[in-house]
Design a protein around this ligand. Structure first.
Ligand code: HEM
Length: 415
């Protein structure tokens, strides 16, 4: 197993960062590709004895051009998500800066106490009761899509299904027109996967221009959907400002599209590669709930970062105000101190408080919606499509960290 000495690098780092903690652990930060059944297994080395709990990655990450501290243990990650007096989300997922926009991403980029009022405002559309109302449409969409290819014996489950289904659900939730579907996916791909700041900025500019027109239209012609609720939103009797309206609409657009799509692709990758698991899920549909949670734990999509609000002495180093710290959910979700036998996919795991939706006050607003989509999909797919495998020659390489797989052809013998 690789260790600290293998990772240490001579890259420039701020003066307060001890040299021995400056490491290249990009394999755990979303830049390394592999084709393992469990693509995150290499992250275990980060929690090995003798490795400091806090390391420093000097390389640019996400939309940032500077380095970041990292934490890998479950307890340390929980601390970062929960101690809001030290760790701020201001500037997180702030891709709009690349387009010269200064409004914040809401609610993610807002610290307490303001965060709570925006979250309360949005929660109305994400309560179990509200989501239950959506369920018949979501199920009908899933069934219609699965039926369109079930008899063919083959589908590109990532491109033709995973990419499409959650976007249809999201457009319906927001009241965005289905005609924008391909365009949204193209923009989303540029922002999250092009890794080129100029291309990212150009796509962000177009999305925001489109969303501003959409908001204006909903202010003229309101309806009962979430997009209109935000466009005409009022908190404590005061109408939301234009910056708040675009900040919420934009962040929902960013958070709601690619995340579920990537999770679906990973779910099918795992089932196609792990036949005993697939057989068990078919034989025991009552495991549906806990199995979805285990899929989520085993494939954390993003490593979230926070910004230091005040200096903090921790693990023998000084984290300075303004430093970034990245929580390696890709490691914390496999910490044996929290999850017994963490590398075993246990579809019946009963206690499963993973960080795929992070923790603390910024816990993903769409978590229940995403879970519901995944459960419906698992149920309807396994009931309609017999045992499937990866199509011979299909490439199952993934990028661990923003586990992304664009194409995943699967095959089966139609009933
Ligand atoms: C499997 C699917 C999803 C995953 C893995 C996921 C993941 C995440 C993560 C990691 C965060 C926290 C980011 C951070 O703290 O740095 C987050 C926050 C958020 N997500 Fe999701 N998400 C998913 C689906 C969705 C959907 C479908 C929506 C909306 C329709 C959504 C809306 C949001 C919002 C609004 C926040 C910010 C919450 C706050 O700051 O209070 N997410 N999500």
């Amino acid at each position: 197993m690789a260790g600290l000495a293998d990772w240490q690098v001579n890259e420039p780092a701020p003066a307060h960062v001890p040299r021995e903690r400056v490491v290249d652990i990009r394999f755990a930060m979303g830049s390394g590709q592999n084709d393992l059944l469990d693509p995150y297994v290499e992250s275990d080395a980060l929690r090995a004895p003798g490795v400091p709990r806090i390391l420093y990655s000097p390389f640019p990450f996400g939309d940032k051009s500077v380095g970041t501290w990292t934490v890998s243990h479950y307890e340390d990650i929980r601390r970062v998500y929960e101690e809001n007096e030290y760790f701020s989300t201001q500037g997180v997922a702030q891709f709009q800066l690349l387009a010269g926009e200064t409004f914040p991403s809401i609610p993610l980029g807002i610290d307490p106490p303001q965060h709570g009022k925006y979250r309360k405002f949005l929660n109305v559309h994400f309560t179990p009761v509200a989501l239950k109302k959506l369920e018949p449409q979501v199920r009908a969409m899933a069934v219609e899509m699965i039926d369109s290819f079930a008899a063919k014996g083959e589908v590109d489950i990532a491109y033709d299904f995973g990419r499409v289904f959650p976007v249809r659900v999201f457009l319906d939730l927001m009241g965005l027109p289905f005609a924008m579907f391909e365009q949204f996916l193209a923009w989303e791909y540029e922002i999250l996967h092009s890794r080129d700041h100029q291309r990212m900025g150009a796509a962000v500019r177009q999305v925001i221009a489109y969303l501003r027109e959409f908001i204006a239209e909903k202010q003229q012609h309101p309806d009962e959907k979430l997009g209109s609720y935000i466009a005409n939103g009022v908190i404590d009797g005061v109408p939301l400002t234009p910056d708040v309206v675009i900040g919420m609409t934009w962040f929902l657009w960013l958070g709601g599209l690619d995340t579920v799509a990537s999770t679906i692709s990973q779910m099918f990758r795992r089932m196609a590669l792990d036949q005993p698991l697939q057989a068990r899920l078919r034989a025991e549909p009552e495991l549906n709930h806990s199995a979805v949670e285990e899929f989520l734990r085993m494939q954390p999509l993003v490593n979230s970062f926070r910004i230091l609000k005040q200096d903090l002495e921790w693990d023998g180093v000084t984290l300075k105000t303004g430093d970034y710290i990245t929580c390696l959910n890709t490691s914390g979700n496999f910490d044996p101190a929290q999850f017994p036998d963490p590398r075993t996919f246990d579809p019946a795991r009963s206690v499963n408080r993973h960080f795929t939706f992070v923790g603390g006050i910024h816990l993903c607003l769409g978590a229940h919606l995403a879970r519901r989509e995944l459960r419906i999909l698992l149920e309807e797919f396994l009931a309609r499509v017999p045992t499937f495998t990866v199509k011979p020659g299909g490439d199952t390489t993934v990028t661990a960290g923003l586990l992304s797989i664009r194409n995943l052809p699967i095959v089966w013998t139609p009933n």
